[in-house]
Design a binder for this molecule. Structure first.
Ligand code: R5P
Length: 302
């Protein structure tokens, strides 16, 4: 069965690695922007009866990348593919997964409806902020953990490691990771200021981190605030070294510089979101997620 991969503009570097690993051709597509910023997508391949993947990381600028992805899905669907599979290495709006204050929107559900309305048959995604948003979809969702790529990094440390969950919401993910490595787990209780985005009110460590290497496991780094505050706290509590391991890195507002200058000893991320050389820094170690994704995609076209 013929397959084609189409890619939006958010992370062509990752798509290139995936197409080369899977030996599936990259479909030609035209994505143009009008002067008023509207986007138009036209695919230049015959997709009828074929398995089609549409890859796009919904990273910053989020709405631009989301719209491009939806329009690409619509263009493909009109060509009557056999199956159309969405591949979102980074799924944005996943943090808005519940109504925190009366009057708020439920963004994760809205985005799920938008993806389905275009006609995707399946979704592959990585390290959702909260796995339960899978329940917002009627189509099957394959949710892959991005943390696998960090396991070898942890064992290579050959140190006395404790895994840290940076907030209660991330507990399940960190627990699974700690169990898979047979390592102890400690928790940080984080209270966010719901009136001010990215602002943290307080943090408290629960568990023993003294004289250990603390590896904080998170889904995404944006401003770096969560991890930097956690690193200060963990060092204060006696951690020998603090390492951050997050699947997605959508650095904004000088996060690269503040992470480099922080008490963090290393920052491990993957390439689900393209990191330009200008945002790279000495403490940053980037692992490729291409094989994890292509392994999952290969199972869909057998
Ligand atoms: C929040 O609950 C997430 O899991 C991340 O910890 C958070 O979004 C990271 O954002 P920032 O880097 O701005 O603290």
């Amino acid at each position: 069965m013929d397959s084609i991969i189409f890619s939006g503009n958010s992370n062509p570097e990752l798509t290139a690695q995936i197409t080369s690993e899977l030996k599936i051709p990259l479909g030609k597509a035209e994505i143009i922007r009008f002067a008023d910023s509207e986007c138009r997508v036209r695919i230049e391949e015959d997709v009828e009866g074929k398995n089609i993947f549409v890859i796009q990381s919904l990273s910053n600028p989020v709405d631009e990348h989301l719209m491009e992805f939806l329009l690409m899905g619509d263009a493909v669907k009109r060509g009557e593919p056999r199956k159309m599979i969405a591949v979102l290495p980074y799924h944005s709006y996943a943090r808005q997964d519940r109504i925190h204050r009366p009057g708020e929107c439920l963004s994760a559900q809205v985005v799920a409806k938008m993806i389905e309305s275009v006609g995707f048959d399946k979704l592959i995604t990585l390290e959702l902020h909260n796995e339960s948003i899978v329940g917002f979809f009627k189509i099957p969702v394959v949710h892959v953990s991005g943390l696998e790529v960090f396991r070898k990094r942890v064992t290579d440390l050959k140190e006395d490691v404790v895994i840290i969950t940076p907030d209660a919401g991330a507990l399940k993910r960190s627990q699974k990771f700690a169990e898979s490595l047979d390592l102890p787990l400690a928790l940080i209780e984080k209270k966010r200021d719901l009136e001010r985005p990215h602002k943290i009110l307080s943090m408290r460590v629960v568990g023993d981190v003294k004289n250990r290497t603390a590896v904080i496991v998170d889904d995404v780094i944006v401003t770096g605030g969560t991890l930097i505050n956690a690193a200060f706290l963990l060092k204060e509590k006696g951690a020998k070294k603090v390492i951050a391991a997050a699947t997605h890195a959508d650095f904004v507002g000088g996060a690269d510089k503040i992470l480099q200058d922080s008490p963090l000893d290393q920052v491990w991320v993957t390439d689900t979101i393209f990191i330009p050389p200008s945002k790279n820094f000495p403490k940053l170690k980037i692992s490729s997620i291409a094989s994890t994704l292509s392994g999952t995609m290969a199972k869909m076209v057998k």
